[in-house]
Design a binder for this molecule. Structure first.
Ligand code: ZN
Length: 363
């Protein structure tokens, strides 16, 4: 039976395993952590000295070891040990861990309430500008005003706004940047509408010229912006939309390190993901450890350490089974696996060809 009062629904079991989690992807995953760690260290070195020394220290010490635990049945892998700097606006590994953990929570909640809701993926944007703080405040104020209009309408005090149909929202701020256009802040959100609701229309009808309610609402509160988008979330494959929602607030690959640091100074301490109504409770706490939950069953541990420019495997199972040996050989790109017991340098036989842009996908 669907819960008739979703806002009172018990929270789902949260946790789970983030990202690609089998043994076959271990090697690539560790390489991707290395690519991101190099960027973190470059930022740490840039900040070294003077009043930023503490920040630099945190960045340089982030994720210097990665403890993976692999469960052969059913081929799941968790990151159960690592110390993260938690500076997700400066450190791509921390941004990656937050996004992955956040994705699991949002996904679980959407599944839990799926019988009561149709979900829509909605984007609201404001015009570009050179001043990130000013653009961000404009976006925050506008969205707050929109939610207030929605609440007023539900209390019978004001006109109809499209989002007043939503019983729950989860939204996140994202900021893209280019030299030509400056900062482009926008909001991605998932809106939970009662099951069977009509669609959320956006833009202008191509035949009749009718302006959608959402566009009208957004222009009313921003005074200068009309760009909105809405599409139904496909619950047979919600992964894409969930990843789009939780992806990094800042795109590291698009930002020079000084711009990144300016953005950090502007945005730190600000809530960049929030939720309301039936989707309340999905946001990750600021002090989340960013580690996966342990599973049960037989397991093998793999310890990687950061050595200057890459992670190396310093500890692997001593008594592996034949199937583990086979899996390890795949991890190492084709060896027999025997040489990985306490093997330094696993995975270094091929150059790391993936740059930051490629590994920036959140989920
Ligand atoms: Zn970090």
């Amino acid at each position: 039976m669907p819960n008739p009062r979703p806002t009172k629904a018990k929270p789902p079991v949260l946790g789970g395993v983030t990202g690609a989690s089998g043994i076959n992807t271990l090697r690539q995953d560790v390489e991707d952590y290395g690519t991101r760690k190099r960027r973190t260290n470059a930022t740490g070195r840039y900040l070294a000295g003077g009043s930023t020394d503490k920040l630099s220290h945190r960045l340089l010490r982030c994720a210097r070891h990665l403890n993976w635990r692999w469960y052969p049945e059913p081929d799941k892998r968790v990151l159960y040990g690592a110390k993260f700097c938690q500076l997700h606006l400066l450190c791509p590994n921390c941004a990656h861990r937050r996004a992955s953990r956040q994705a699991v929570r949002v996904h679980e909640k959407l599944l839990y309430l799926a019988e009561q809701h149709d979900y829509w993926f909605v984007t609201l944007t404001v015009a570009n500008g050179p001043d990130l703080a000013e653009r961000f405040e404009h976006l925050v104020r506008s969205f707050k005003a929109l939610r207030q209009l929605s609440r007023d309408h539900l209390r019978g005090k004001g006109r109809y706004v499209e989002l007043s149909r939503a019983e729950g929202l989860v939204w996140a701020f994202e900021f893209t940047h280019s030299e030509e256009n400056g900062w482009h802040p926008h909001i991605h959100m998932i809106a939970a509408l009662p099951k069977g609701s009509g669609p959320i229309r956006y833009g202008v009808h191509p035949l009749t010229g009718e302006v959608s309610q959402l566009r009208q609402d957004w222009h009313d509160v921003t005074g200068d912006s009309i760009i909105t988008h809405a599409e139904p979330l496909d619950m047979s494959n919600p992964h894409k939309s969930v990843c789009e929602l939780v992806k990094y607030s800042l795109k590291f690959a698009d930002l020079a390190i000084p711009d990144q640091i300016d953005a950090y100074e502007t945005l730190r301490g600000r809530k960049l993901m929030e939720c309301s109504g039936s989707l309340r409770g999905v946001e990750l706490s600021e002090d989340d450890t960013l580690l996966d939950d342990l599973l049960t069953g037989k397991y093998f541990d793999f310890l990687y350490r950061w050595h200057g420019e890459a992670y190396t495997l310093v500890s692997a199972p001593l008594t592996p089974s034949q199937s583990l040996l086979e899996s390890l050989s795949r991890v190492n790109g084709g060896g027999n696996g025997q040489n990985h017991h306490h093997a330094d340098g696993v995975g270094q036989s091929e150059p790391d060809a993936r740059d930051l842009r490629e590994v920036e996908g959140a989920c």
